[in-house]
Design a protein around this ligand. Structure first.
Ligand code: ADP
Ligand code: ZN
Length: 626
């Protein structure tokens, strides 16, 4: 139940291993033993996960690395530990100021001498950081990319000893990616300023093109690649067809009372409405989007981090800087832009390795709207082609009937041997049906009504409903009128959606969603091909089994007392509760009921600094609980 290495490693080299020969450092063995000591004493973890140790050894030996690891995989330790092992200061370039600050706070709690340099510092604070740097009083320095490239920053940094340079969120160098940051393109200039200093580039975005761009643009020196499996086995993926979004969301959230999560919506207005509605439903829900003032955004983000059980309703802007380990669900009320974006957004759930859910609803409207957004974007044709391709991959993923995790991983170049058993399709295998005849009826109805009408009217004609509009256009005289009366509205809508996703029909946004035929629909109309479609299950049947996270399961008095103690300490120290101890540590504490400092130290997540700071308070709670 503790985060016992769920991460599979297939660390392999991609033919770029022949770097200049680096003399094998004689101190490596001793250093890595020290690595384990630091892991235990400072970070309170019992063992390295996956490739962490190999990465640390590589950096300590002075060699560049590229690390591809999913969110929650444990990237930070890969540069934090070597920064403590190597002489000098570890410099971490990070684009996310909020995240940077959280990391610094968490590190200081662990007794690590960390600071950051970014635009939020006052001149006095900045001077203090420079003084600490010059006095050798820092182990780690987090710097914003635009900041590190400034002459005065460089000037100061070149006067000190640098242990390593870590480039976090390294995919920001990719102009094709969704997080491109122009400053990242200048980072390679640091190479000549800090000769002989090993670099580590880290990202959770893994498509092949981005990988190569990272190595090339940062001008890494024959880097060693570490590619972890992108699987997040603790996250359950579920996709439902949108029918009644609020009812569907309410049902989904029923399993998560008192737990933290993120609900993503496409527009600001919808974010606001949804958050207000959730508050009416008795949840603590806060909106987050680019239209709010910076102060309000920060306040909401900070409540999300610090309070238990807050739901943030956000446009996709939210979450970049979120390092909260106990996010139990991510719900999408609208489709994200691509599989990469989806994976990144859902990856914010369950970083602590405990069960979490990624849930999404989507419908024909989403398909139409997203296609329109791509078509209308100011990007050039090449870029639009790429975006269309990415959107189609996502839509195909939504409609698929086999294991979703396997497909996700395959998209990132990872193979999963067997179906996962923890996605909706594995848990409730969907049925498929021969929709050839139905699709032909639909296509010919679209054709006969003149390819000028949207889904609602076409369905009315198929069902044989003599609405006013049907009579007005005399569509009740068509041969397709009432041809599909034996199917329900939902079934027809499902066929239409799937035909649009497969490119058999186009929904013309310019003309209010009018359905038109495409080249691809000809063979089907002529009876040359067959078509099998997914049967949309009634949403209620699809209710996934309750996935109560183990970490929050204990509801004993002791558990509540431990949580209360953590919250009190967190407030006193001005940090989020999980910075004091993760849920997993409290769970272990409630189970093992340690009575001495030594016993406490053997629990996951308890290191020397935290023992010294909080040990007594928790031991007292444990004693009082008898
Ligand atoms: P990433 O940056 O890859 O998203 P983090 O570095 O934030 O991941 O780590 C994710 C979580 O895993 C953190 O809560 C961290 O404390 C935990 N973690 C990392 N390494 C280990 C380890 N070796 N043993 C136990 N927990 C770990
Ligand atoms: Zn599966």
């Amino acid at each position: 139940m503790q985060s016992e290495d769920p991460i599979l490693i297939c660390g392999f080299a991609l033919g770029v291993l022949e770097g200049p020969s680096i003399p094998a450092p004689r101190y490596t063995a001793r250093m890595t033993d020290r690595a384990l000591t630091i892991l235990k004493e400072t970070f309170g973890h019992g063992a390295f996960r996956g490739a962490q140790r190999a990465i640390i050894d590589t950096l300590v030996a002075g060699r560049d690395c590229i690390v591809l690891m999913p969110t929650g995989g444990g990237k930070s330790l890969c540069y934090q530990v070597p920064s403590l092992l190597r002489e000098g200061v570890g410099i971490v370039v990070s684009p996310l100021i909020a995240l940077m600050q959280d990391q610094v706070v968490a590190l200081r709690e662990l007794g690590v001498r960390a600071a950051c340099l970014n635009s939020t510092l006052s001149p006095a604070e900045q001077r203090a950081v420079y003084t600490a740097l010059a006095n050798g009083a820092l182990d780690l320095l987090y710097v914003a990319p635009e900041r590190i490239l400034q002459d005065d920053t460089l000037e100061r940094l070149t006067q000190i000893r640098v242990a390593l340079i870590a480039i976090d969120e390294a995919h920001c160098v990719s102009q094709w990616g969704h997080d491109f940051r122009a400053d990242y393109l200048g980072l390679h200039r640091l190479r000549e300023r800090f000769p002989g200093v090993p670099w580590i580039a880290l990202t959770a975005t893994a498509d092949a093109r981005t990988r190569e761009e990272i190595a090339a643009r940062l001008e890494l020196d024959a880097p060693q690649w570490f590619i972890s499996s992108f699987d997040r086995p603790n996250i359950r993926y579920t996709v439902e067809v949108k029918s009644d979004p609020r009812r569907q969301l309410r049902r989904f959230l029923d399993d998560f009372r008192g737990q933290a999560g993120i609900v993503y919506c496409m527009s600001r207005a919808k974010v606001e409405e949804t958050a207000a509605w959730l508050v009416d439903e008795g949840y603590t829900a806060l909106p987050y989007h680019a239209g709010l003032t910076a102060e309000l955004r920060e306040a909401h983000q900070s409540r999300f981090q610090r309070e238990d059980g807050v739901i943030v309703v956000a446009t996709i802007a939210f979450g970049m800087g979120i390092d909260k380990p106990d996010v139990r669900f991510v719900a999408h009320l609208d489709l994200p832009k691509s599989i990469e974006a989806y994976y990144q957004e859902t990856g914010r759930a369950g970083r602590d390795g405990e069960p979490a859910q990624a849930w999404m609803i989507y419908g024909l409207q989403d398909v139409v709207r997203l296609r329109q957004m791509v078509d209308e974007s100011p990007a050039d044709e090449q870029r639009k082609r790429l975006e269309r391709h990415k959107l189609d991959a996502l839509l195909g993923w939504c409609e698929m009937t086999e294991c979703r995790r396997r497909a996700l991983l395959a998209y990132f170049g990872d193979a999963l041997e067997a179906p996962c058993g923890n996605c909706d399709n594995c848990l409730h295998p969907p049925l498929t049906w021969d929709a050839t005849e139905a699709a032909r009826q639909l296509l010919s109805c679209v054709y006969r009504t003149g390819q000028r009408f949207g889904a609602a009217h076409v369905v009315d004609v198929l069902l044989g409903k003599a609405t006013e509009k049907v009579r007005q256009y005399r569509h009740d005289t068509l041969s397709t009128f009432g041809l599909g009366a034996e199917r329900s509205v939902e079934q027809w809508r499902s066929v239409i959606r799937q035909c649009v996703v497969r490119g058999l029909l186009r929904a013309d946004v310019e003309r209010y969603g009018a359905l038109t035929l495409t080249e691809a629909s000809r063979p089907l109309l002529r009876g040359e091909t067959t078509l099998w479609l997914r049967e949309d299950p009634a949403a209620a049947v699809r209710r996934a089994k309750r996935a109560t996270p183990a970490a929050s399961a204990p509801s004993s008095l002791l558990w509540e007392a431990l949580r209360a103690c953590r919250k009190r300490l967190a407030d006193e120290h001005g940090v989020p509760p999980y910075v004091i101890f993760h849920d997993a540590t409290l769970v272990a504490m409630a189970a093992a009921r340690p009575s001495s400092a030594d016993d406490l130290l053997s629990l996951p997540g308890v290191g020397q600094a935290k023992l010294a700071r909080y040990g007594d308070a928790f031991l007292q709670v444990l004693r009082e609980a008898g």
